[in-house]
Design a protein around this ligand. Structure first.
Ligand code: AVJ
Length: 318
């Protein structure tokens, strides 16, 4: 064999936070892992594909709401704000908002530096007069906003129903942290997915083409590759269930037979039918949205929804 072949994957550095979260999550009863680890390169690509699926209504519904109601947001928020986007990633929704409200600066915050710098460069090209000031960081941890926007009133932007990934308690904590970070004269524009017909919800997380299944199962491949795991990919199936009591879609990886495997030198066993709970996506009713915001220190001032009431876009003030 030629020695000029690509370096083997095992020379890759182990991310200590990934290792810790996965080992703790698999040792837990019931097993559960945080959804942030879905988003390696492949996972991010699969998520982009999910947003285009016929069954996955949130992205296209929210994008249409932003297009239609950008001028309403501009009227309510006024010009000259600094827009601070939480979890900006590769957002294709942002241009609609920026075009409508003509902000003084744009601050995208994201944990993935690569993604952030690519998308910031693209936005800076599309809006040549707008200062684009990316911040690489985890918005669940304390962070600082750029000097350049000190003294400017802020508009927080938290689209995509990302808040749905959090349990209500953690969601309230995050809203309060945003309130503190953005200041007393801030506003917040947030997207929240509504409670609806359960078949419609389940289809959005268990699509006919199997893209969401591939997204969920990719976590196993990532664990095997990055944490020297030997989890059998064919031993697991994707499951999406509606937990009515907690008003959330849960994604699980279910063991199709009794499984024994190792991850980073630790041994694990799963019985047949046992699952790893990989994601929760909480849904909110129209009143629930407002209660959550108030609990988080924000007063709802206006909200917009589509004709079917699938998705809510809410503007709130500090
Ligand atoms: C990115 C958290 C908003 O919960 O709908 C999509 C992630 N998971 N399909 C969501 C997701 C499976 C998505 N969020």
């Amino acid at each position: 064999m030629l020695l000029t072949e690509d370096a083997p994957a095992r020379t890759q550095r182990i991310d200590p936070a990934f290792r810790r979260d996965i080992l703790e999550g698999l040792a837990q009863e019931p097993k559960a892992t945080p959804p942030i680890w879905f988003y390696d390169r492949r996972g991010s690509e699969l998520f982009e594909q999910i947003t285009d699926l016929p069954e996955y209504y949130p992205t296209r519904t929210e994008t249409a709401l932003l297009k239609a109601h950008g001028p309403d947001v501009a009227r309510a928020a006024g010009a000259g704000r600094a827009v601070v986007e939480f979890g900006a990633g590769s957002s294709r929704k942002t241009p609609h908002l920026l075009r409508a409200i003509d902000p003084a600066a744009y601050v995208p915050i994201d944990i993935s530096g690569d993604f952030l710098h690519d998308s910031s460069a693209e936005l800076a090209r599309a809006f040549p007069h707008l200062p684009v000031l990316p911040v690489v960081g985890d918005f669940n941890q304390p962070l600082d906003l750029p000097e350049e926007i000190s003294g400017m009133p802020r508009l927080g932007f938290f689209p995509g129903s990302t808040i749905g990934n959090m349990d209500p308690g953690a969601a309230v904590d995050l809203l309060r942290a945003m309130r503190r970070l953005l200041g007393d004269d801030a506003m917040l524009l947030i997207g929240m997915d509504r409670i609806k017909d359960r078949d419609r919800l389940i289809a959005a997380y268990d699509d006919a083409q199997g893209v969401t299944a591939a997204f969920n199962l990719n976590l196993i491949e990532r664990i095997n590759r990055e944490l020297e795991g030997d989890m059998p990919v064919d031993g697991f199936a994707h499951r999406a269930v509606w937990n009515d009591e907690k008003a959330r879609i849960e994604m699980h990886l279910e063991a199709l037979r009794a499984l024994d495997f190792q991850v980073a030198g630790a041994r694990f066993h799963m019985d047949r039918g046992e699952t790893i709970h990989t994601e929760s996506s909480h849904k909110y009713g129209t009143r629930d949205e407002r209660i959550l915001l108030r609990a988080g220190g924000w007063d709802p001032v206006e909200e917009w929804t589509d004709a079917e009431g699938l998705f809510g876009l809410v503007l709130a003030q500090a």
